[in-house]
Design a protein around this ligand. Structure first.
Ligand SMILES: C[S@@+](CC[C@H](N)C(=O)[O-])C[C@H]1O[C@@H](n2cnc3c(N)ncnc32)[C@H](O)[C@@H]1O
Length: 279
C-alpha cells in the first residue's frame, strides 16, 4: 500500500467512525507510523509502506474506531511549546488550555525568580510549560491522584524541568498553600454531571476525576479563591481555566473574595476560557 492509498483509507474509516477531523488525523497517523514529516509525506505520496507499518495502521484504526483517544495511542502530545507524555489515567492536555498558559506566562515576564503553584496539575502541562518558559522560576504542581501524578514525574524528566516539584495533595483542603506564591494557576475539574453526556466519545476513556465536579461545577473555583488567598503574595495573580459559560460566575466568585483587576479572556474559538485576577 502506498502512503496515498493509506491516507485515503484511514480518512474514510475515521470518517465512518464519526471522527470529525479525519484528514488531520490520517496525516498524524502516517507521520507517527513512518516517522516522516508533513513535507516528506506530501513529497512522497507513492512511497510504499512496509508490512509492519500497514499492521500498525490496522491496529491504530481498530482503537480509533472505538474512539480510544489518538493521544493515548501515540503516548505523547504537543501542548503549547512542549511535548507531554499522556495515557490512561491522565487528562489529555487541550489546546484550549494554552490560553491559560499564555496569560500566566505573560504575567510572569517581569518577575524575578517567581514562585508558581499549579493546582490540579494532571500531566503537568501548565506547570511544566511555565517552568520551561522561566528557568529561574520555582513551580509546585499539586495533584490528588496517583494515576495522574506518575505522568507529572515522567513529564518533568521528558522536559528536563528540574525547577519544578510534584506535591500529592487535595486542592479542596488547601494543601500546598503554605508558601507565598507570585502566581496560582489552575485548570480544575469543572464539568457538571448534567453535561458529561454532551462530551465527545473519546472523553469516556479519560478519568472522571479530572473532568467532573459535583453540583454546578464551581466548587473548585469557590474553594481555591477562598482557601489559597493567603498563599498569594499581595499583587499576585490567580488564574483559572473555566468551562463553557462559567466565566461570569467565576468572576463573581473572585469579586466576592476581594480580588481586583478581574479579567475574562477568550480562547481562539471566542469562548471566555480564562478568568484571572490580582490579590
Ligand atoms: C481538568 S484536569 C486538568 C489537568 C491539567 N492541569 C491540564 O490542564 O491538562 C483536573 C486535574 O485535577 C485533578 N484533581 C481532581 N480533584 C482534585 C483535588 N481535589 N485536588 C487536586 N487535584 C485534583 C485530577 O486528577 C486532574 O488531573
Amino acid at each position: 500500500m502506498t502512503i496515498f492509498e493509506a491516507y485515503n483509507n484511514i480518512s474514510k474509516r475515521l470518517s465512518a467512525a464519526g471522527i470529525d477531523d479525519s484528514s488531520f488525523e490520517a496525516r498524524a497517523i502516517i507521520r507517527h507510523i513512518t516517522g516522516l514529516s508533513n513535507a516528506e509525506i506530501t513529497a512522497n505520496p507513492m512511497r510504499a509502506l512496509t508490512e509492519f507499518q500497514e499492521n500498525n495502521i490496522t491496529a491504530i484504526l481498530r482503537q480509533r474506531e472505538i474512539r480510544y483517544p489518538l493521544q493515548y495511542i501515540f503516548g505523547t502530545w504537543d501542548f503549547y511549546k512542549y511535548k507531554f507524555k499522556v495515557g490512561v489515567g491522565v487528562l489529555i492536555p487541550r489546546s484550549d488550555t494554552e490560553i491559560l498558559v499564555e496569560t500566566a506566562s505573560d504575567y510572569l515576564k517581569d518577575k524575578q525568580s517567581p514562585k508558581v503553584l499549579d493546582l490540579c496539575a494532571g500531566s503537568g502541562c501548565i506547570g511544566i510549560s511555565l517552568a520551561k518558559d522561566y528557568p529561574d522560576s520555582a513551580v509546585v504542581m499539586l495533584e490528588k491522584y496517583e494515576e495522574a501524578a506518575r505522568y507529572i514525574n515522567q513529564n518533568i524528566e521528558l522536559n528536563s524541568a528540574y525547577n519544578t516539584m510534584l506535591l500529592m495533595g487535595d486542592a479542596l483542603l488547601g494543601d500546598g498553600g503554605v508558601i507565598e506564591y507570585d502566581l496560582i494557576v489552575s485548570n480544575p475539574p469543572y464539568i457538571p454531571q448534567s453535561e458529561i453526556s454532551d462530551m465527545n466519545a473519546e472523553t469516556k476513556f479519560e478519568p472522571e476525576t479530572a473532568l467532573l465536579c459535583e453540583g454546578d461545577g464551581l466548587l473548585f473555583y469557590k474553594t481555591i479563591a477562598e482557601k489559597y488567598k493567603t498563599a498569594l503574595k499581595d499583587g499576585g495573580m490567580l488564574a483559572f481555566e473555566v468551562g463553557f459559560k462559567q466565566a461570569n460566575a467565576v468572576a463573581d466568585i473572585l469579586k466576592e473574595n476581594g480580588y481586583k483587576d478581574i479579567k475574562k479572556i477568550k480562547d481562539y474559538n471566542g469562548i471566555e476560557r480564562v478568568v484571572c485576577a490580582l490579590k
